[in-house]
Write a protein that binds this ligand. Structure first.
Ligand code: PHE
Ligand code: NA
Length: 452
């Protein structure tokens, strides 16, 4: 059977960008930049992008395209001893896929609430008590079933399932071609309205004002590296699977560069959006920015709903924001589920329809654990472990395998043969030395933090 292929270069890039751009760009990057030196954070961030992000992306696209397989196939073709690394990555992807969908479900709920700001004025109590029902936790009722959380999760699964079931060109590519332009338009509309609000410029000033003294802090550099691996969806089977469907003539280096630049550019744009809103909120409430700034779940489901209450035309800006969050999340979720599905298809020689049904079916059932009032606790735990240990360890092992245990120069020659511009020896230096050393430092640091 012939391997499926992307229909167009733009289709592939939009799908890869759809995977890369996710919740991390919207709620992780802005807060991280703010906390780690503001404008000065761009120096370590760009450095990490150049020394880790771009080489890693070129390497994965090259491997996927050359060896034509999902992660387990790619690593077993490099050397049968390494097949387990592929399955380890698939396991991480599956784990992320199962909890990420819960957050998408919450965002779908909040999209619904946002038309009338149903969250009221106490958005904190609303999210944790009324919506997640955390207040009702006790060791005996942690597993209480919550239909109002399950139903939006079912919607998210249905969309992902439809895209993966229909395949690379007819499903994933088509979905990306609708979702990504829609996301960009929504974000532009939002920014266009919020940057003109009073206080918005102060917010941006807080985001971009450089604190160069932070550059001496090793923490800031490790934050930048951690964010680059996370934000680009590299190291967990996704980009390998996506690039295994590239047509013979595709330009690997160029595609990789575009994917990285669009993702990182989007992060900065999202930072402008979030900090304009936060600056406005601080001004309206006569507070300092430090009193309102946050990241993650708290930003999306507590702070921003409160900010939306204060915005002009909240019934338009609110739904735009939450729909953007849903779209960004879904396109990433599709890519994770595709990575798992492709591995099962390749390995068991299953038809796509069967593999997709099995993966989504099992994923759906397991993910329903998050539709209980213990969901958030479980999610925090899994999220912490995956982001701080498993994902980084998987990237590190991949770098060691590809950089040291197989012939990396062959891969560089291969990507250069099929590209308009060539990457030099620096790529090998980054993959063999710079990135693994940085990763080893970060992982050690995170493990120490966990123990403490
Ligand atoms: N790159 C995504 C982001 O920045 C992270 C991600 C992608 C997570 C795919 C899971 C799956 O949000
Ligand atoms: Na991203």
């Amino acid at each position: 059977m012939k391997r499926e292929q992307w229909g167009s270069r733009a289709g592939f890039i939009l799908a890869a960008v759809g995977s890369a751009i996710g919740l991390g760009n919207i709620w992780r990057f802005p807060y991280m930049a703010y906390e780690n030196g503001g404008g000065a954070f761009f120096i370590p961030y760009l450095f990490a992008m150049l020394t880790a992000g771009i080489p890693f992306m070129i390497m994965e696209f090259g491997l996927g395209k050359k060896l034509r397989g999902s992660s387990p196939v790619v690593f077993s073709k490099l050397n049968t001893k390494f097949e387990w690394l592929g399955w380890f990555q698939v396991l991480i992807a599956a784990t992320i896929g199962i909890y990420y969908v819960a957050v998408i479900g919450w965002a779908i709920s909040y999209f619904g609430f946002s038309f009338g700001q149903d969250w009221g004025t106490d958005t904190n109590a609303f999210f944790f008590s009324d919506y997640l029902k955390l207040g009702e936790n006790s060791p005996t009722n942690l597993g209480d079933w919550q239909w109002h959380i399950a139903i939006p999760m079912i919607i998210a699964w249905a969309i992902t399932y439809a895209a993966v079931y229909r395949g690379v060109k007819g499903g994933i590519e088509k979905a990306s071609k609708i979702m990504m332009p829609l996301l960009f338009i929504m974000v532009i509309l939002l920014i266009g309205r919020v940057v003109m609000l009073p206080g918005a410029l102060d917010g941006l000033n807080y985001l971009f004002a450089p604190d160069f003294s932070k550059l001496l802090d090793a923490k800031v550099w490790s934050a930048a590296y951690g964010q680059i691996f996370f934000t680009l969806s590299v190291g967990f089977a996704i980009m390998l699977a996506y690039s295994s469907y590239l047509p013979e003539k595709s330009d690997v280096n160029n595609n990789a560069l575009m994917t990285v630049l669009i993702n990182c550019g989007f992060s900065i744009v999202a930072g402008v959006l979030i900090f304009s809103i936060l600056g406005y909120m601080a001004a309206e409430q006569s507070k300092g920015i430090t009193d309102v700034v946050s990241g993650g779940v708290g930003l999306a489901f507590v702070t921003l709903p409160a900010a939306i209450n204060l915005l002009p035309i909240p019934y338009i800006l609110g739904p735009l924001f939450f729909l953007a969050l849903v779209v960004a999340g879904l396109s990433s979720h599709i890519s994770i589920i595709e990575a798992v599905t492709a591995s099962i298809m390749d390995k068991l020689n299953l038809a796509r329809e069967k593999a997709a049904t099995a993966v989504c079916g099992v994923g759906f059932v397991v993910s329903m654990a998050f539709a209980t009032n213990g969901g958030l606790l479980l999610l925090d735990l899994v999220d912490y472990f995956v982001n701080n240990v498993a994902l980084l360890a998987s990237c590190l092992i991949e770098l060691i395998v590809v950089g040291w245990l197989v012939k990396l120069s062959d891969i560089r020659q291969y990507v250069n043969r099929v590209s308009e511009f060539s990457v030099g020896q620096w790529m090998e230096v980054c993959i063999r030395f710079v990135s693994p050393i940085m990763l080893a430092v970060i992982i050690t640091k995170n493990l120490i933090n966990t123990v403490n």
